[in-house]
Design a protein around this ligand. Structure first.
Ligand code: GUN
Ligand code: FE
Length: 430
């Protein structure tokens, strides 16, 4: 193979781990991860003949793992994360969330807040993210500008909401909401390499039928992916039934308007209390679930049946749901997902075994990454997103295997762990 040597053709040497399957971890001590044109060529115990001309970056005794995908977060909620964690969803939205989001009408505030968010996200465990912005098109474009400079790959949505929320954050009509969305799409068309738009009806209660219908048409016209919230909280679900009495279940509302999988690649956040018909529809329509365990704890929403979703082969990834979840760290998110699955097993259904460490790691890497294509693995052909981890300051008197080092890093990242380098599609971003 006669590949040109450039910044995206190189080899990383170190202790390399990635998910081969949801249950199987590939571990290669002092192995070689070959990257050509931003794509992994695979992991090898010795450098294959045809790659010996490539430069080798020696990561010494560090761990090398795939980058992580945060499949659901709210960028404008970053300023108040970890504040007001004593309410359930609907009260929390009115009390904390909508007042904060209304501030993004002010572009100076938005610029300042989003610069902080983008900088922190760049330094975090995340290499790909799917984010809600607010209803404001200018502020949403500012967020996209900020994220573009990080080198991370992201999908960003201007939020649509035209009913059942405080005036400060409500768009005046379905027509205006759709018009502003088109203007936003036109204003950012072709502008970015790493940052793309996603249609974002906030959730069924704050979207009129006319708005959802219009968004369904926009989805087809612009071929955009879709994100929203689904079956997070019991009061929310009852409210959707009141607002859309014809619907068979909550997700049926989105599906009715062409915003629930099939042709429209779709992420639904939470899915804590889905009835059987809803699960069957998600499976049939290939809807992605963003499991947000810490948010489910903080907003006392419940425990999502992740094992069930894995058994059904419904695509699942993890989300921080900032600021429902307080922490940006996907390591923390994995540990929370594993912990919550244990509570589900102990308290709700003993048939649904807790997630293993391998499964938690899979969800955060290849599971959520697959929404972006071949992402989240080092198997040949995958985009080379990688984190280089230094764990020497998470001290222990024991000699640990490489797998044990990763396992405890998931839980103890904040107690001495350090991300020393980060790559996205073969490009070093720090
Ligand atoms: N449902 C509608 N909006 C939101 C939000 O901002 N956060 C969460 N967790 N759920 C929602
Ligand atoms: Fe959310």
């Amino acid at each position: 193979m006669n590949k040109l040597i450039n910044e995206q053709n190189f080899i990383l040497k170190g202790n390399i781990l990635y998910s081969k399957t949801p249950t199987e971890l590939s571990v290669t001590d002092q192995g070689f991860l070959v990257c050509c044109d931003g794509l992994s060529q695979g992991v090898f115990p010795v450098i294959p003949e045809n790659y010996t001309h490539l430069p080798v970056i020696d990561c010494k005794d560090h761990l090398i793992i795939p980058g992580m995908t945060d499949l659901h977060l709210h960028a404008p909620q970053y300023p108040f994360r970890a504040i007001g964690m004593d309410m359930e969803l609907l009260e929390w939205l009115e009390t904390h969330t909508f007042p904060e989001e209304s501030r993004y009408a002010d572009e100076n505030y938005a610029r300042h807040a989003y610069a902080i968010f983008a900088k922190d996200l760049k330094l975090s465990t995340t290499t790909r993210a799917v984010a809600f912005a607010t209803i404001h098109p200018q502020a949403t474009a500012l967020l996209m500008d900020e994220l573009e400079t990080t080198g991370l790959k992201t999908l960003v949505g201007k939020v649509n909401m035209d009913q059942n929320c405080s005036d400060i954050i409500r768009e005046p009509s379905a027509k205006t909401s759709l018009y502003v969305t088109v203007k936003w799409l036109e204003s950012i068309a072709g502008k970015y390499k790493n940052t793309k738009p996603i249609l974002t009806p906030r959730f069924a209660p704050t979207c009129s039928a006319a708005l959802l219908e219009g968004l369904g048409k926009l989805q087809k016209e612009y071929q955009l992916p879709v994100q929203s919230h689904l079956s997070e909280n019991l009061s929310e679900i009852a409210w959707v039934k009141e607002l859309f009495p014809w619907s068979l279940f909550y997700g049926d509302v989105y599906d009715h308007f062409g915003l629930f999988g099939n042709e429209a690649p779709t992420i639904m956040a939470h899915c804590v209390h889905c009835p059987e018909e809803e699960i069957a529809r998600m499976k049939n329509n290939h809807v992605y679930i963003a499991h947000c365990p810490q948010s489910n704890i903080n907003l006392a929403s419940g425990i999502a049946p992740v094992r069930r979703y894995l058994e059904e082969s419904i695509p699942v990834g993890l989300g921080t749901d900032i600021a429902g979840g307080a922490n940006l760290s996907m390591f923390r998110c994995i540990a929370d997902a594993i912990g919550m699955s244990k509570l589900y097993w102990r308290l709700i259904d003993q048939e649904k075994k807790p997630l293993t460490m391998e499964e938690g790691f899979y969800l955060a890497t290849a599971g959520g990454g697959s929404f972006f294509g071949k992402v989240g693995s080092f198997a040949p052909g995958f985009e080379m997103d990688a984190l280089i981890l230094d764990d020497k300051n998470i001290r222990t008197s024991r000699n640990l295997s490489t797998k044990e080092r990763l396992e405890r890093y998931l839980y103890l990242a904040e107690e001495g762990g350090k991300i020393v380098e980060k790559y996205v599609a073969g490009k070093k971003i720090f």
